[in-house]
Design a protein around this ligand. Structure first.
Ligand SMILES: [Zn+2]
Length: 103
């Protein structure tokens, strides 16, 4: 068995645009602005372009998307449609896994 040796000190640190917490990059979700101005979730974190980071927490997405922090950081203007698409992603990806389904 190989031991997973993650050296925290070598991980790049990034700041969530909503809550401004600094975290190791892999713990945050990267958003990237495409050349069209559209903002998408960069799942692999490797897309070229101006990027911003958000915690994997719904509240950070809500805050980041409702205010202009994200737009400011990415030097773009989110269309309502784009905003909605990102929120959908967050709800799908983060809403369910966070607390499970309690129905
Ligand atoms: Zn955050």
């Amino acid at each position: 068995m190989r031991r997973q040796n993650i050296n925290r000190h070598t991980l790049p640190q990034r700041t969530c645009v909503a809550c401004h917490q600094v975290k190791p990059k892999p713990e945050l979700i990267r958003l990237v602005r495409l050349s069209t101005g559209e903002v998408i979730v960069d799942i692999e974190g490797k897309k070229a372009g101006r990027g911003a980071y958000l915690c994997p927490k719904l509240e950070c997405w809500e805050q980041g998307l409702s205010g202009n922090q994200l737009e400011y950081r990415l030097h773009t203007t989110l269309t309502p449609e784009n905003r909605e698409r990102l929120m959908e992603y967050a709800k799908h990806r983060l809403g369910e896994s966070a607390s499970g389904k309690n129905k």
